[in-house]
Design a binder for this molecule. Structure first.
Ligand SMILES: NC(=O)c1ccc[n+]([C@@H]2O[C@H](COP(=O)([O-])OP(=O)(O)OC[C@H]3O[C@@H](n4cnc5c(N)ncnc54)[C@H](O)[C@@H]3O)[C@@H](O)[C@H]2O)c1
Length: 246
């Protein structure tokens, strides 16, 4: 199937790597006009591969000013905003809660938690102007089950899950749907930077016994971004090889 997002204007954060890059590629193939945002600079190459309807931009999602400029770019270049994929995040340092530094907790929160809030905060008014839209938050199974020594990451992802549900209920009657994706372990820059024992732990408890691919998450994001999921809001869908089913 093609053109499942034709005429849709989409902003993807974390577009320079992993799942975000896969979303950009898939969305463009399905006819979307895409703003590919990342702090790294790698979004330029991703956008080049995706084609003429993709504009790369370098923004930091923990900055309110950057987030507003990123979303305004969608409106100024493509006329509107239909979809926000709040996807960028960091894993943060490892350490038990009783030893975790305040500075690192704040750093992780400012990107994963506050950054996702800022995206929703400034995307929603733009979506209201055109009668609705879809927000897809890349959360994690870390919002549902504990990952010891990742307290800031788990807390931030749990918070974004609840932000998803809250905003979904607030704007359901105004045509804005808000949903969360909860990936398990997926082969990206983030997971490949983790100690091997984390990957082994994740695989040992997973019925499918394999790591996921970014394209498998992009497929789910496509469904939630598109009108095919028109009766779905306020929910989270795990794409985790069955990890949380056990
Ligand atoms: N990889 C996994 O196993 C896994 C599992 C569950 C959830 N997730 C979630 O999936 C999402 C995508 O992660 P990924 O695995 O593709 O990781 P990744 O590291 O490959 O990509 C994340 C991208 O976000 C960008 N980024 C980081 N901070 C930013 C900031 N302040 N502003 C703008 N961009 C910023 C990075 O530069 C990077 O390109 C994240 O929300 C992550 O928490 C990942």
């Amino acid at each position: 199937m093609a053109n499942r997002l034709s005429d849709k204007v989409v902003v993807v954060t974390g577009a320079g790597s992993g799942m975000g890059a896969a979303m950009v590629e898939r969305f463009c193939a399905e006819g979307a006009k895409v703003i590919a945002a990342d702090i790294s600079g790698n979004q330029d190459e991703v956008a080049q591969r995706a084609g003429a309807d993709c504009i790369p931009c370098q923004f930091d999602i923990s900055s309110s000013e950057d987030v507003r400029r990123m979303l305004d770019l969608a409106v100024s270049r493509f006329g509107k905003l239909d979809v926000l994929c709040n996807n960028a995040a960091i894993g943060g340092a490892f350490g038990k809660t009783g030893e975790y530094t305040e500075e690192e907790f704040d750093r992780v929160w400012s990107i994963n938690g506050r950054g996702a809030f800022l995206g929703m905060r400034y995307a929603i008014p733009l979506m209201l102007e055109t009668g609705g839209g879809s927000i897809v938050n890349t959360v994690s199974i870390a919002s549902m089950v504990a990952f010891p020594t990742m307290p800031a990451y788990c807390a931030s992802k749990g918070a974004v899950l609840m932000l998803t549900k809250t905003a979904a209920t607030e704007y359901a009657e105004q045509g804005i749907r808000v949903n969360a994706i909860c990936p398990g372990t997926v082969e990206t820059g983030m997971s490949m930077g983790m100690p091997k024992e984390y990957i082994d732990m994740a695989l040992s408890g997973m019925p499918m016994s394999r790591i996921g691919q970014p394209s498998e998450i992009a497929n789910l994001a496509l469904f939630l971004a598109s009108d095919e999921s028109s009766f779905i809001t306020g929910t989270s869908i795990a794409a985790d090889g069955g990890y949380t089913a056990l």
